[in-house]
Design a protein around this ligand. Structure first.
Ligand code: IPD
Ligand code: CA
Ligand code: CA
Length: 261
C-alpha cells in the first residue's frame, strides 16, 4: 500500500470512530495511573474500532496504542500509533475539544498522520514530503515571532514533578508572547501550531501517541517539532518534552526555556 492509501484508510477509520464520540452518553471515567489519568469505555471502543479497520486492510500491521497496553515493536515494517481520544478529561467534562490521533510509521519513519476533531469537523492530515492539510486545504505555520504569537501549553498532568518548571515557562511565554492557551489536547495543540493559529506549543512530558501524528503535521506545515532543549524528538516510549512552532517563535521559546531549569 502507498502512504497515500494508508492515509485515506486512517481518515476513513477516524471518521467512522468519531460517531462513537459524538453519540457518547453517560460517560463514566475510570482512573488509570492516578486521579488525573482517566479512561472511559469510549476510549476503548474507539481504539478497538480503529484497530479492527486498520488490521483488516493492512494484514500484519503492528500497533502502538494508548489503551490496553498494545505496544508492538516500533521498528516494524509498518506500525500504527494510536491515541483513540486525545483530551479524555475534556471528553469526560463536556468541553467538546478532543480528537482521534493516528500516525503510521514505516521502519522508524513517520509516513502519514491524521488528527480528527469531530466536534468541529476538522481533519488535519500529512504525508511525509507531501505537505499538511486541514480538510484538504494546505496549512502553514506562522512566521511571526513570539511577541506576536499565542502559545499553546500543556501541564503534563500525569507528572506533577514537572509542574514548577512547566508553570515557570508558561509565565515566561505569557510575558514574551500575546497570551497562552491550555486547551487540553496535545494533538490539537500541535495542529493549532501547524495551522498558524498558535505560534508555538510546549509540554514537558508526552507519550508517543500524543505527538506522533502531530509532529508530522507540524513539520509538513513548515514548522519544527523537537524537545524543549532543542534536541531531536525521539519516536519511542521515553515520554520526552515536546516543543513545536513556526521557526522564529520556536527559536525564541527554546531560548526562554534555557533560562528556566
Ligand atoms: C493528554 C492530553 C493533554 C496533555 C496530556 C496528555 P489524553 O492526553 O493531550 O492535553 O496535557 O499530557 O496525556 O490522556 O487525554 O489522551
Ligand atoms: Ca493523549
Ligand atoms: Ca488518550
Amino acid at each position: 500500500m502507498t502512504d497515500r492509501e494508508i492515509l485515506d484508510l486512517i481518515c476513513g477509520a477516524e471518521r467512522e470512530a468519531a460517531a462513537l464520540i459524538l453519540r457518547a452518553r453517560g460517560i463514566l471515567a475510570e482512573c488509570k495511573s492516578g486521579r488525573r489519568d482517566v479512561v472511559t469505555e469510549y476510549d476503548r471502543r474507539v481504539q478497538t474500532l480503529l484497530v479492527e479497520r486498520l488490521s483488516a486492510a493492512v494484514p500484519g500491521a503492528r500497533f502502538f496504542c494508548e489503551e490496553n497496553d498494545r505496544h508492538d515493536d516500533l521498528h516494524a515494517d509498518l506500525v500504527f500509533i494510536i491515541d483513540p481520544i486525545d483530551g479524555t478529561m475534556n471528553f469526560v467534562r463536556g468541553f467538546h475539544h478532543s480528537c482521534i490521533s493516528v500516525a503510521c510509521m514505516r521502519r522508524g519513519r513517520l509516513a502519514a498522520g491524521a488528527i480528527y476533531n469531530p466536534y468541529v469537523d476538522e481533519l488535519f492530515t500529512a504525508l511525509d514530503g507531501g505537505g499538511a492539510f486541514l480538510n484538504d486545504r494546505p496549512i502553514r505555520v506562522s512566521d511571526e515571532g513570539l511577541g506576536a504569537s499565542v502559545v499553546c501549553v500543556g501541564t503534563a498532568p500525569y507528572s506533577p514533578a514537572l509542574a514548577d518548571r512547566s508553570f515557570a515557562l508558561m509565565k515566561a511565554a505569557y510575558l514574551a508572547g500575546l497570551d497562552i492557551r491550555r486547551e487540553g489536547s496535545a494533538a490539537l495543540d500541535l495542529c493549532s501550531v501547524a495551522a498558524g493559529r498558535a505560534g508555538a506549543y510546549f509540554e514537558l512530558g508526552l507519550s508517543l501517541w500524543d505527538y506522533a501524528a502531530g509532529k508530522l503535521i507540524v513539520e509538513e506545515a513548515g514548522g519544527v517539532c523537537c524537545r524543549i532543549d532543542g534536541e531531536a524528538l525521539p519516536l519511542d516510549p521515553s515520554r520526552p518534552s515536546v516543543a513545536a512552532g513556526g521557526p522564529q517563535a520556536l527559536r525564541e521559546l527554546l531560548e526562554l526555556a534555557k533560562e528556566i531549569r
